[in-house]
Design a protein around this ligand. Structure first.
Ligand SMILES: [Zn+2]
Length: 446
């Protein structure tokens, strides 16, 4: 399976976010711990309230919050807490109705409930835990020997977030300073990779703004990132707004103000744009720019940065190729090909004759061949000759028209209003010494 550039970052981020909710604690620490997550505190409030309502029926419960140790099962945890094996096993059987106990991970906190100790014995009443930020699971005693399980799910809603910033050293840094999650920044960069050469087009002082969604629970816990709904990149003062729009036949895409799809047959930046190094001031560099001496475009990026197929096509050459080092050439149609050089290694399934889709990872940045440092050397070839990528613009030609265009124009107004409304409470990413504050502009070139 090829990894498409769109999916992985989001999943990784969500996974990281979820992992972050559960505080890993030293294994087998059997002491009582204080509830740490919102949900645990809420569970405790519910319990206290229940105990208050029916003081005679529900005396104070002895709660012990434990942590699942590395390699431990729920059975290990319960028997370790002195729950009789037969009771532990019927409680675990009841749990299976709502949750697979094998999914419990090391570090998961589990609260075990007992009746207060009377004499030498104390009765096991059940357990509770919060496997992820959107639900809690509990097992409660039912009668003398039985247990029953239940789970409570939290509603997740979409919250709009507005962000904006000034690009000083890199787009990634500007996004991070504005508090934009990495997965959202990656989506933003991907959307602009058709139009923008992130190595040469960005200049200090350029600005971005965007409106995106976040998935939140009622207590405000962020459980995932949604889509970028609107974005704008102002390069050298020229605004390039894009809007997310769903057509009547259900396709979702980004369009410019005129209703033209932003997609192109070739990406302008065929690399993970967030990882481009020293993106500024390379436009007129005699070696690094496009010139007769150097028939390609270089993207400086750390070794290992993923390289994407600029467009759909067939790999017609892959392997070491003289001064180019590890090299791939993709044929996109009878006329146009793209080539990628100096790779540290190829993606696992990059092979001659293999089909690629735009955005597939074909290899990784390296310094093989005749080079002084790690970078991607990228060429666009027309009829077998290197040409300036700028001279090749292959729009998909999709343009909204008629009623679809009218609906899109309404979407533009709604999104722009949402952005302004949301920005009302926005904390602008201001960093001391931005070019603007020094009074310089692009025209005076600081
Ligand atoms: Zn080069």
């Amino acid at each position: 399976m090829r990894s498409r550039l769109c999916r992985l970052p989001t999943l990784a981020l969500i996974a990281a976010g979820l992992a972050g909710i559960v505080t890993p604690t030293a294994s087998r620490a059997l002491g009582v711990e204080t509830p740490s997550t919102e949900m645990e505190r809420e569970l405790e409030r519910v319990h206290r309230a229940a105990a208050k309502d029916k003081p005679a029926l529900a005396p104070a419960i002895d709660r012990r919050t434990l942590s699942v140790g590395e390699g431990d099962t729920l059975m290990d945890l319960l028997t370790g807490a002195a729950v009789p094996r037969s009771e532990a096993s019927s409680a675990i059987a009841a749990l299976r109705d709502v949750y697979d106990p094998r999914k419990l991970k090391a570090g998961q906190r589990v609260t075990v409930l007992f009746e207060p100790r009377r004499g030498g014995t104390r009765r096991f009443l059940g357990l509770e835990f919060v496997p992820d930020p959107v639900r809690s699971v509990s097992i409660t005693r039912k009668g003398e020997t039985g247990f029953t399980s239940s789970q409570v799910e939290k509603p997740v809603s979409r919250k709009l977030i507005a962000a904006q910033g000034v690009i000083r050293s890199s787009l990634f840094e500007a996004g991070s300073a504005a508090g934009v999650p990495l997965s959202v920044m990656m989506a933003f960069i991907r959307d602009y990779s058709y139009d923008v050469d992130f190595q040469r087009d960005l200049q200090p002082g350029d600005r971005f703004e965007m409106l995106y969604e976040q998935m939140v629970t009622p207590d405000g816990t962020v459980v995932g990132d949604g889509d970028v709904l609107y974005a704008s990149l102002a390069l050298s003062g020229e605004d390039m707004p894009i809007y997310r729009f769903k057509t009547r036949d259900g396709r979702i895409d980004y369009y410019n103000r005129d209703g033209e799809s932003i997609r192109r047959a070739l990406l302008r930046t065929p690399i993970d744009g967030a990882r481009i190094t020293s993106g500024f001031g390379m436009r007129n560099h005699p070696i690094l720019g496009f010139s007769k001496m150097h028939q390609g475009v270089d993207f400086g990026a750390p070794k290992g940065t993923p390289i994407y197929a600029a467009g759909r096509g067939v790999i017609e050459q892959v392997g070491p190729f003289g001064a180019y080092g590890n090299y791939i050439r993709i044929r996109h149609n009878t006329e146009v090909s793209t080539a990628y050089a100096h790779m540290s290694r190829f993606a696992k399934d990059s092979r001659r004759g293999g089909k690629v889709e735009q955005g597939d990872v074909i290899g990784y940045v390296g310094a093989t061949g005749r080079v002084t440092g790690a970078h991607l050397h990228y060429e666009v070839l027309k009829g077998g000759r290197q040409v300036n990528p700028r001279s090749i613009d292959l729009p998909t030609g999709e343009k909204l028209a008629g009623r679809e265009l009218q609906a899109f124009q309404q979407t533009i107004r709604a999104l722009e209003k949402s952005f302004e409304d949301t920005r009302g409470g926005l904390q602008l990413a201001r960093t001391p010494g931005t070019p603007d504050e020094k009074g310089c502009s692009k025209a005076t070139s600081c």
